[in-house]
Write a protein that binds this ligand. Sequence first.
Ligand code: G3P
Ligand code: CA
Length: 273
Amino acid sequence: VTPSLRRVAGAPPAVIAHRGASADHPENTMAAFEAAWAAGASWLETDVQPTVDGVPVLLHDDSVERTTGSTGTVRALTSAQLAELDAGSWFLRDAVAAAADPNRDPSPGSDRPPTAGAVHRIPTLAQLLAALTPGRRLLLEIKGAHTRAQVAAVLDVLGRSGADDRVLVQSFELDALGHVRALQPHRPVGVLVEDVALDPVQLCRDLGAVAWNPWFGLLDERPGLVAELHGYGVAVAPWTVDDPAAWQRLDDLGVDGLITNRPGALVRRLAGH
Ligand code: G3P
Ligand code: CA
């Protein structure tokens, strides 16, 4: 069984924390994930990639440079090398600089300020799954091209975790989704898109996808797609939406989830505060 993203009639859209509570904490770290849950998010979104020794780890970029200050790509480094890297200092430095900027947006965005001095590491997928207790759900993006063996390694970690029934796998990579379907034909998947070059309904049918998750601007251009996809039982969860006006517009369209860097602010908004 895989968790359903479909919105229950009368309920608000699911709050899906993009790379964790990444507006306020270093993205894709356990601290960002824990902060998202503490803020009331029901889902996390994160990105999985293989290390050179085949361990699925959670990092968005190909390169470790932006978020660790080190060099190299995830796929060229070992899990042991990645485990040594500092995945948090860059964020704290930027946060301090932003706080000192006299032109900064004074609106409070912070759910819980990051803790100076804490050490943040790049988590493995297994590490996150160990914290995925019942009630916590994961929208797991297979990031970048994956061979069948690399997809199999992700599914293997899911299968061993005891939390697999709380995970929905998604990807922009149609080949990777094809590998998932070939390896586990009954596993539902989501498809990520940034355009409508492929007909959304046909694409979901071809992939057996239960979710079609677009860049949110596509729904401003094609608002009718939400109802159309719902007609085929497909959920829609746009990314990455941090603006309250857009939250409202998309909520009104009936989207099933909102993928946001600001889960705490969205939770409060949906609760009417
Ligand atoms: O979940 C969708 C969103 O994360 C896709 O964009 O670049 O942030 O992985 P990106
Ligand atoms: Ca992602």
